[in-house]
Design a protein around this ligand. Structure first.
Ligand code: AMP
Length: 192
């Protein structure tokens, strides 16, 4: 699932993972945890990237994500909802080559003014949630995600929902989309 900062990705992924048998992984959260992991070889560069709202090297991001996914697979997870991934076409290709297919892409559509207003009142206590940080992330989002969106549109696997609505309304729309595509009990996509 992709969407700009404040578009509601985290909230929606959480709700979807309760309605379908998905494990929710927020790549932003996983990267922030990695910064705090003692002995991490990536901590400094990650802190720099996140402060600048930038996407780092694909090898680093996908390797950290893969380790987190494998921990869940060991506990029995088969399907994931990846919150904030893939952020670029390069990441998408690399992930699919190394790990497996991405069944579909959901984009949360939200006007910039709404995202800024939400983040201004949100109590997220994140070190990149200041006005400059938010602007940079919106900019990166707009630059790098359009190629991912085009890729999934070409595959016929792009679903877009207006997230400038109450979370409860947005999730109903998402659920309606996924109901036709995913087995609710197993979380598996019907055509994969
Ligand atoms: P988020 O929690 O989704 O708002 O992401 C916060 C920050 O984490 C971003 O500004 C990036 O620096 C980093 N990040 C999130 N997702 C990715 C990704 N797929 N690849 C690389 N960096 C990411």
């Amino acid at each position: 699932m992709l969407g700009g900062p404040g578009s509601g990705k985290g909230t929606q992924c959480k709700m979807l993972s309760q309605r379908f048998d998905f494990t929710h992984i927020s790549i932003g959260d996983v990267l922030r945890q990695e910064i705090n992991r003692p002995g991490s070889q990536y901590a400094d560069i990650l802190r720099e990237n996140i402060l600048a709202g930038k996407i780092g090297a694909k090898e680093m991001t996908v390797s950290i994500l893969r380790d987190e996914m494998l921990r869940w697979v060991a506990k029995g997870t088969r399907c994931f909802v990846l919150d904030g991934f893939p952020r670029s076409k390069v990441q998408c290709d690399y992930f699919e080559q190394l790990i497996g297919p991405i069944a579909l892409l959901i984009v949360l559509d939200c006007p910039e003014a709404t995202m800024m207003a939400r983040l201004a009142v949100a109590d997220r206590n994140r070190f990149d949630d200041n006005t400059t940080g938010i602007r940079k992330r919106i900019e990166t989002f707009q630059k790098t995600t359009s190629e991912v969106i085009d890729e999934f549109r070409g595959r016929g696997k792009l679903y877009s929902v207006n997230s400038d609505q109450e979370p409860g309304v947005v999730v109903l729309e998402l659920e309606a989309i996924l109901d036709g595509l995913v087995n609710k009990r197993t979380g598996l996509c019907l055509d994969i």
